[in-house]
Design a protein around this ligand. Structure first.
Ligand code: PMP
Length: 402
């Protein structure tokens, strides 16, 4: 029955994790995952999450099902974390999702069933799952890329982005933007550039989706990091329509709980009612109900002032450690006179930077030094520690100067 199924290419990131596990070299370093690790290279359980877990089990913990749009307190928390002072000025329909992936999937499914865009614009490069999610939802929606990263200068190609959208963007298209700490480049638009992006979306009638998977990782302050979203919420006297696909995997360290949210900002209550009905219909067919445990943890943290304070500290701890590792790797490469452009490692933000390595160099890092990066040369700073950063700098130096 299934003999004729064409061969599928396995997912590169997951395959690499498995290869890394079976590598027995004592100096091996995994610089591929988007999962925050601590100084001991262990997945970190945030102190705020630990405390919230205790607070929750102290109470009578029921295992009831959530309403159709998710655990209400999580949904309102997600709205507050994202929109803050703009929340009261806009009509926003929100639902809990199966993490950020689920939120991205849901908005793609929702748009393909409603406005039926001809084209979705993705950044070049982007998170490798964006094309998979959109391709999975619909083969009728054409995927195109807009220039984002200038590989020669390791800077944002804002002129290329704007001119491509101006020339080729059409009314009813969709664009996926990343709210902060862009994966894989670590490069975010300035506020002035965000204003230009907002303007071109309005001019051309392009519907923006913010993928917000790293709020808190760019500056250590979740409020600052969500500025582009609040800016879009206030554009054109608060009439711009857009969506936010939010993940709590990284900023709460709840990778396994699959917690996220989708927000759709509409012009009026009438459209919001229709949006809500479609979201409920899709949710019923796909998941019926959302996972509760992680939702209760996030909501508990946000509603208990002392836990919220701790969460802000946890975000600073994570972004601070990543900043420290950026500096150490940068300094290590400069001290070795490693050929390349390394200044951007200090100005990029979040978990990732593009190292400008060829696929051959990435393969040599893995084969000769047991240092694992994605084939694109994206390096995840979460895998660096005080103990291994010099070894990694040495390894990169060797493959570049071979
Ligand atoms: N968007 C981006 C840009 C990401 O990097 C990720 C995680 N790698 C996600 C969304 C989805 O995250 P999750 O489903 O784990 O919450």
């Amino acid at each position: 029955l299934f003999d004729l199924i064409p061969e599928e290419i396995p997912d590169g990131s997951f395959a690499m994790i498995e290869d890394f596990k079976t590598d027995s070299h004592d100096k091996k370093v995994n610089l591929s995952p988007g999962i925050y690790r601590d100084e001991n290279a262990k997945t970190w359980v945030l102190p705020s999450v630990k405390q919230a877990r205790v607070a929750r089990v102290d109470q009578t913990f029921d295992h009831d099902i959530s309403p159709q749009l998710g655990y209400p307190s999580l949904v309102s928390t997600a709205q507050q974390i994202t929109f803050r002072d703009t929340l009261s000025t806009r009509v926003i329909t929100s639902m809990q999702t199966i993490a950020g992936t689920g939120a991205n999937h849901f908005i793609a499914q929702f748009l393909s069933e409603t406005i039926q865009p001809k084209t979705v614009w993705l950044s070049a490069p982007s998170w490798e799952n964006h094309p998979k999610i959109w391709g999975h939802v619909s083969s009728a929606i054409k995927q195109r890329t807009y220039p984002y990263y200038d590989y020669q200068t390791s800077t944002l190609d804002i002129e290329g982005m704007i001119s491509t959208l101006r020339m080729d963007g059409s009314n009813g298209d969709v664009i996926v933007l990343q709210a902060c700490a862009h994966n894989p480049t670590g490069l975010d638009p300035s506020r002035e550039s965000w204003e230009r992006i907002g303007q071109i979306c309005e001019e051309k009638g392009i519907f923006p989706i913010f993928d917000s998977a790293y709020q808190g990782f760019a500056t250590g302050d979740p409020y600052n990091d969500a500025w582009p979203i609040r800016h879009f919420a206030t554009r054109s006297n608060g009439t711009m329509e857009f969506a936010v696909a939010q993940s709590f995997s990284k900023n709460f360290g709840l990778y396994g709980e699959r917690i996220g949210a989708l927000h759709i900002v509409t012009r009026n209550e009438e459209s919001a009612g229709k949006v809500e009905a479609v979201l409920k219909k899709i949710s019923r067919a796909e998941i019926t109900s959302t996972p509760s445990f992680g939702a209760k943890i996030v909501a508990t943290i946000f509603h208990k002032p002392e836990l919220k304070e701790q969460w802000y500290k946890d975000l600073k701890t994570m972004s601070g450690r990543l900043g420290d590792m950026r500096k150490r790797l940068h300094d290590g490469l400069i001290q070795r006179n490693t050929p390349g452009n390394w200044g951007h490692l200090l100005t990029d933000v979040g978990m990732f930077s593009m190292m400008g390595l060829s696929q051959k160099q990435v393969a040599a890092l893995r084969e000769n030094f047991h240092v694992y990066l994605l084939p694109t040369g994206r390096l995840s700073f979460t895998g660096l520690t005080h103990k291994n950063v010099e070894y990694v700098a040495d390894s990169i130096h060797h493959v570049i100067t071979l």
